[in-house]
Design a protein around this ligand. Structure first.
Ligand SMILES: Cc1cc2nc3c(=O)[nH]c(=O)nc-3n(C[C@H](O)[C@H](O)[C@H](O)COP(=O)(O)O)c2cc1C
Length: 138
């Protein structure tokens, strides 16, 4: 069966609380397990970057649900395409909460983190976005 992935960025709702992140993650793990979706979610000071991978219909179905979630807005799809193999086979949904400061310590991302972090993330090239998600999934 061919595998498909979708990577997107979004901005967290202004009133998002830590408990909301917990709830998002709980639902993600529960639903994704059922649909054989794997992936990774990064939360970087108000910006989400997420990869979903699995069967195309399952991934697009999950994305449609995620898209309508009021806990974030301004979703921009960075890549939506078939892939050779999964990048996050062990994670129903991996999660990492990152500070911009932590990210700025990595040379490879220094260019992406200045003032307007969200606009930088939404403009990431697909390969860079995937590399960033992979780097923090370990
Ligand atoms: C940033 C973000 C990422 C999310 N990721 C997923 C996900 O990977 N899988 C999923 O099923 N729901 C995800 N959700 C939650 C969905 O939008 C939705 O609330 C959930 O699927 C509803 O599940 P439930 O009916 O079982 O409570 C995400 C929500 C947000 C805001």
């Amino acid at each position: 069966m061919s595998i498909f992935h979708l990577i997107y960025a979004s901005t967290a709702a202004p009133d998002l609380k830590p408990v909301d992140l917990e709830r998002i993650l709980d639902a993600s793990v529960r639903n994704n397990k059922r649909s054989d979706i794997t992936g990774m979610l990064l939360y970087i000071e108000g910006t989400f970057l997420q990869a979903l991978e699995g069967d195309e219909a399952a991934v697009t179905g999950a994305y449609r649900r995620i898209e309508g979630d009021p806990r974030h807005q301004g979703l921009v799809v960075i890549q939506s395409s078939p892939i050779e193999s999964r990048s996050f086979p062990d994670w129903s949904m991996g999660f990492k909460y990152l500070g911009v400061e932590e990210l700025s310590k990595r040379d490879s991302y220094r260019n992406h983190i200045n003032n307007d972090f969200y606009s930088k993330v939404r403009d990431l090239k697909p390969d860079t976005a995937l590399a960033m998600l992979r780097e923090f999934s370990i």
